[in-house]
Design a binder for this molecule. Structure first.
Ligand SMILES: C[S@@+](CC[C@H](N)C(=O)[O-])C[C@H]1O[C@@H](n2cnc3c(N)ncnc32)[C@H](O)[C@@H]1O
Length: 387
């Protein structure tokens, strides 16, 4: 495989976040099309490295090895076998095949997986001249494949990422109900926060929202502290990651002054949040302190409050959670220049907060349907022109 080879690629994303992934790709200078659950794009090994290192809201970067329609298992077998597997998989590759099948004639996912595996094994055996009597060793690097069928259309992909991109490598402990890091980065990007404005998370838990905001504020690549599956592949150039990491190192701006604060009623959560921020070297960029939400006061202006409070999903919690929503309304409403963004699955949130949201946005927090209730503050006055 050559460094300038072009691959068909997808960046997978949680439902509702696809457009943000598309926007992030375009900001990296990568053209893409946004589809359900993913953004599609083309690129070289450098594009793969960049996407893995820089995408804040995606789950995984996958190479589309092949795409076709299949209505019978014979057709699936032949079309998978016709793909150039020897370009991707060395003889000792470990290559588990995951699967899914939705609204397709070939509805049995385990059968689709087994047939795909068999077709690849056959192709590799023929290419490497191995007898059918000796199983392939599969003791080498990991190449995670997936065969996904949707309305008889098959997509066979190879995962370049490894553990999902939300695993940034900074979370030592997470506490109760943490947000995934890519969801937290998406929430920050859905607000009107800019690094020169104050940002407050008054129910910060393990600090994910504050840490993701600080990463954005300092322009730090979210994948800077971790490795990716494709780095262990024999054909994937080491130089590419070295170059992309060096560029990311240069792009980070640690001198930007940020005003990011996380508070939580639970002192143990504050210790966890601090430890997580220290782990990624952002200890000085975020202030964490123990405080009950109702005690939040500020004389700053044009800030952003971003909150992921408890949702009251568990039995007996509903009443205390709704009391907290009421406190939120009483505490935040007087802050006219501040914008407030609150994520909850409680459809009656506005009633308890005491005000209709300017806008709501449906989002999935894992499997849970939630809304981001948005209350926009007044705009800062335009700065007078200097010339
Ligand atoms: C869903 S968790 C936040 C998780 C966080 N976004 C993260 O990623 O770790 C909600 C947090 O609200 C805090 N909390 C509950 N009632 C509070 C109150 N009255 N004042 C401040 N924090 C409160 C809890 O201690 C908990 O850590």
């Amino acid at each position: 495989m050559k460094e300038n080879q072009t691959f068909e690629l997808v960046a997978t994303a949680a439902s509702g976040l696809e457009a943000l992934v598309g926007k992030e790709l375009r900001n990296l200078g990568i053209e893409c099309q946004v589809e359900n659950g993913r953004a599609r794009f083309k690129g070289t090994m450098e594009t793969i490295a960049k996407a893995n290192l820089w995408l804040r809201t995606a789950d995984r970067i996958k190479i589309v090895v092949g795409e076709f329609d299949a209505y019978s298992f014979d057709e699936l077998f032949e079309k998978v076998k016709a793909l150039p597997w020897e370009d991707f998989l060395p003889l000792d590759a470990e290559f588990p095949v995951a699967g899914k099948s939705i609204k397709s004639k070939l509805y049995s996912t385990p059968d689709c997986q087994a047939i795909t595996k068999k077709a690849i094994v056959n192709r590799l055996r023929e290419y490497y001249h191995r007898p059918a009597s000796v199983p392939l060793a599969e003791t080498g690097a990991l190449f995670k494949l997936e065969v996904a069928l949707l309305k008889d259309h098959v997509m066979v992909t190879l995962d370049t990422t490894g553990p999902s991109l939300f695993k940034r490598g900074y979370r030592l402990e997470k506490g109760g109900a943490p947000l995934k890091e890519n969801m937290a980065a998406a929430l920050v990007q859905l607000t009107n926060w800019r690094p020169d404005r104050p940002l407050v998370d008054p129910v910060c838990g393990s600090g994910t929202l504050c840490i993701e905001a600080a990463l954005i504020g300092h322009n730090i690549a979210p994948g800077f502290n971790r490795e990716f599956a494709c780095e262990s592949w024999d054909w994937f150039s080491d130089d590419v990651f070295e170059k992309v990491r060096a560029e990311a190192d240069k792009a980070a701006d640690y001198d930007v002054e940020l005003d990011i604060t996380g508070t939580d009623i639970n002192g143990k959560m504050i210790d966890i949040a601090r430890a997580n921020a220290e782990e990624i070297g952002l200890g000085d960029s975020i202030t964490f302190k123990q405080q009950a939400l109702k005690d939040f006061k500020t004389d700053k202006e044009y800030g952003v409050i971003l909150a992921n409070p408890p949702y009251g999903e568990r039995l007996g919690e509903e009443e205390s959670v709704r009391r907290l929503y009421k406190e939120m309304g009483e505490t935040f409403r007087p802050l006219k220049t501040w914008s407030k963004y609150i994520l909850t699955s409680d459809l009656l949130f506005e009633e308890f907060y005491g005000e209709k949201a300017t806008k709501k946005r449906k989002l999935y927090n894992g499997a849970l349907r939630t809304d981001l209730f948005q209350y926009w503050g007044t705009r800062p006055p335009r700065k007078p022109r200097t010339e």
